[in-house]
Ligand binder design. Sequence first.
Ligand code: VAH
Length: 330
Amino acid sequence: VVLVTGAYGQIGRDFMPILRQLFGESNVIASDIAKPTASKVVETYDNLKTIELDVCDKGAVRDAVKTFKVTRIVHLATMLSAVGEKLPIKAHDVNVQGTLNILEAAREIKVSTNGSKKMASVFAPSSIAVFGPSTPQDGTPDDVVCAPSTMYGISKHHLELLGNYYHQRYGLDFRSLRFPGVLSASDPGGGTTDYVMDMYNEALKYKQCTSFLSEDIELPFMHMEDCLRSAIELIVAPNNKLTRRVYNITAFSATPSQVYESIKKFIPEVQAQYEPDFREEIALSWPNSVDDSFARRDWGWQHAYDLDDITKDILDSLAAERMANMKRFR
Ligand code: VAH
């Protein structure tokens, strides 16, 4: 049985149907801090086991793993970079204590599969946010000083250290990917790379868009479909192929002005303005690009979507969604 935490978040919502297909419709349990509000329920949640689970509640996490005989945990519950700077202590509770509760439950409960009692395996995303201002910013490699300057980055670095500890000390199968900005049509969740989604949404509605980062701030990105495929490929990769538990992963890098140029290919009359806010400092502390050659070497990672593919795909999805909403409220 697979337990997904943060199942109603930006990644969780798109990941659920893929996990159900891979592991079996009734073997995947969606959990989140609160059941989805009407606006968040998507068709994939019909007849699906859905539970409310606060990963900060150690007892509740243990009970869920024990009750549902969980053998695999996809731990997506997190507070992202921008919201984490507004609520740093809460971000530390969710991202660090929550992860420790997940790892402890996996270690302690041990569920019998094929006759032997085994710890649940754990996949938990990390982020390029673990790199800080003192890290080389171009082609940042996997093995480099991580001195993050945001609570989100600090907490994701701690997640990695905890995962490696549980792997080395207890043999727990922990796997993680340092995701770049992940782009999809679904609502962003308070990240710094969400400026791209704002530009797409505004360009479509108003033929003008505003970026909350300066036009030349370069960051690594990937499409949600590449993000989810990379997670599945790592989750199913044979253990003997892995040279590490945490991998850098990316598709391409882009700046707000390159995002604007990409949008103009599909909405020629769009205008852009750049109004940096508190998230500029967060973005400046992150790499311009990362080196994901270990992922490409160890388990054959190849990205499929570049910037223009993503711009076209997301603008089409947003336009279709607007059309459907207009019909619904006519
Ligand atoms: C954020 N989208 O902006 C997330 C991600 C690298 C960025 O971690 O916080």
